[in-house]
Design a binder for this molecule. Structure first.
Ligand SMILES: Nc1ncnc2c1ncn2[C@@H]1O[C@H](COP(=O)(O)OP(=O)(O)O)[C@@H](O)[C@H]1O
Ligand SMILES: [Mg+2]
Length: 253
């Protein structure tokens, strides 16, 4: 099961070092349908992470409406996985221990843990590394563990905040392929943040563009229904589209 997202008239202010208020975002409106892969593309500092924080429930001090909707009435809180630029693994726990920590937090019954660890470590190609500690793995492998951890709780919503931007180009490319292959199996709703236009085109069903801040908001939208799935990185149509996306982005930065 996956969920919809409704953001209406969202605004967020921070207090700055000199005590004044900085209005980072205002009039943000976004609707995401269940199973859709939407990318937020915008320049650094425009408020992308701020918006994801509000969606994740980490930040509750904003104005406007943020709703994660389910069709089933009375169901429990939606399961959300949140991925960041850094893997954010617990260094004192093994790979398996890190996944179990997330399963425990998501209240997955203990009897299911071995199968879930096995399945998702297999899916990211790290089945034989379950007993390694994070520091014994490369950065790319650590990020794969964080992807396995995210999928292991069977999230209804994946929030991804520039998860591949710290990786080298080849690793990032492989990681995008891996993400799409996992996503295509059961199409969870994804809200993916990036400032990389090519990445946004390769991954998503739709791109929403944010302008530079302050007072940033979503100012444009580009549908990618014309690009066939499964995506391949060498599809010429993607590069054509990227040029158009980049031209749009540059109008707002
Ligand atoms: N906790 C905070 N306190 C004050 N200002 C913040 C805080 N978090 C973010 N900001 C400011 O809000 C703006 C948007 O930040 P952020 O959402 O991290 O941007 P992005 O993710 O798009 O790069 C920036 O100007 C940043 O300095
Ligand atoms: Mg950010």
């Amino acid at each position: 099961m996956s969920v919809s997202i409704t953001i209406r008239n969202f605004a967020k202010e921070f207090e700055t070092a000199d005590g004044s208020r900085l209005r980072v975002l205002e009039n943000v409106d976004l609707q995401v349908t269940p199973g859709e892969f939407v990318t937020i593309l915008g320049p650094s500092g425009c408020g992308k992470s701020t918006l994801l924080n509000a969606l994740s429930g980490l930040d509750t001090s904003f104005q406007g409406k943020v709703e994660i909707g389910r069709s089933a009435v009375g169901a429990a809180r939606p399961r959300i996985a949140y991925l960041f630029q850094e893997p954010r693994l617990l260094p004192w726990r093994t790979v398996r221990g890190n996944i179990e920590f997330a399963l425990d937090a998501a209240r997955v019954p203990k009897a299911e843990w071995p199968a879930r660890c096995e399945r998702w470590l297999q899916a990211v190609g790290l089945a034989s590394f379950a007993d390694y500690f994070p520091l014994q793995l490369s950065g790319g492998m650590q990020q794969r563990v964080s992807i396995a951890r995210a999928f292991s709780i069977e999230p209804e919503l994946l929030l991804m905040d520039e998860p591949f931007s710290a990786l080298d180009e080849i690793t990032a490319l492989r990681m995008r392929q891996l993400l799409l292959s996992l996503w295509e199996a059961d199409r969870r709703t994804v809200l993916f943040v990036t400032h990389n236009s090519l990445e946004s085109v390769y991954l998503s069903d739709r791109i929403v563009v944010m302008k530079s801040g302050p007072n940033s908001r979503i100012c444009d939208e580009i549908g990618l229904g014309h690009l066939r799935r499964p995506r391949t990185y060498d599809d010429p149509a993607q590069y054509e589209t990227q040029r158009a996306v980049l031209a749009t982005l540059m109008r707002y930065v």
